[in-house]
Design a binder for this molecule. Structure first.
Ligand SMILES: C[S@@+](CC[C@H](N)C(=O)[O-])C[C@H]1O[C@@H](n2cnc3c(N)ncnc32)[C@H](O)[C@@H]1O
Length: 236
């Protein structure tokens, strides 16, 4: 369904396709964060992170409910959703800083390349892509050294309530022995989610989970320059 560009309604969850370069900047990932480490990307969406980081030696599992779709259908959907996301960002041009990408055309090109890489990897390495929905993941406790979660929690705070966020964070933390990194801390309209985050940090603290903030190397939604970290048992 095509959404009118002058609306604030993004519709269903967008299936976006970020690249490894974007994940590196967003989550301040160094090569040492990737090499031989077990990494969960949830939601994986149509990101090429799993494909590209695996080529560098990481052991990546991407989890997302969309992986129930047949791969051929998902390949096509990744591209149409990329176009939908670019239409949305272009229609809300002033909410974003474009300098990391250069301009909207380069942003669109990068996302299309990522969606294409994702589609090819999905066919070549289907075992990397696990159909799963927060707040319940089919992984054993402490299965991952690092967990990355981009553009679901906080992004869709208009439709996912505080209880869902808390259950999802507890689940991500359960499966990760190291850090769980979350970005952005604003919703899809760019509104900071400070009250929700303060509530969640208190709940997590009461359950013995330490949290902190870290600056990112990336800003697309204006002002979205930090990530939330949940520290795991192997993480001091
Ligand atoms: C905006 S995309 C983000 C994808 C990727 N992390 C990126 O940054 O490009 C949001 C994704 O969240 C997924 N999603 C929606 N509900 C979910 C849930 N309950 N658990 C896990 N993923 C979910 C959607 O299918 C969609 O692929």
């Amino acid at each position: 369904m095509k959404h009118p560009p002058d609306t604030d309604i993004l519709g269903e969850f967008l299936i976006s396709a970020r690249s490894l370069a974007e994940y590196r900047a967003i989550f301040t990932l160094a090569d040492s964060d990737l090499r031989a480490r077990r990494i969960l990307d949830c939601p994986g969406g149509a990101a090429s992170f799993a494909a590209e980081a695996s080529a560098l030696g990481a052991h990546v599992t991407a989890a997302d409910p969309i992986y129930t779709h047949p791969p051929a259908q998902l390949r096509t959907l990744a591209l149409t959703e990329t176009d939908r996301g670019s239409d949305w960002a272009g229609a809300h041009h002033d909410r974003y800083r474009w300098d990391w990408y250069g301009d909207p055309q380069q942003h669109h090109r990068m996302r299309r390349t990522a969606a294409t890489l994702f589609g090819a990897d999905l066919l070549a390495h289907p075992q990397r892509y696990v159909a799963a929905s927060l707040p319940s993941l089919p992984f054993a406790d402490n299965s991952f050294d690092l967990t990355l979660s981009s553009h679901l929690l906080f992004t869709y705070a208009d439709r996912l309530d505080a209880d869902f966020h808390l259950m999802a964070l507890l689940e991500l933390s359960r499966v990760s022995t190291g850090e769980t990194r979350l970005y952005p801390l604003v919703d899809h309209l760019g509104r900071p989610q400070d009250d929700l985050i303060a509530h969640l940090r208190k709940e997590l603290h009461d359950k013995g989970i330490r949290t902190s903030f870290r600056e990112t190397g990336y800003e697309f939604h204006r002002g979205a320059t930090s990530m939330l970290i949940l520290h795991g048992p192997a993480d001091g």
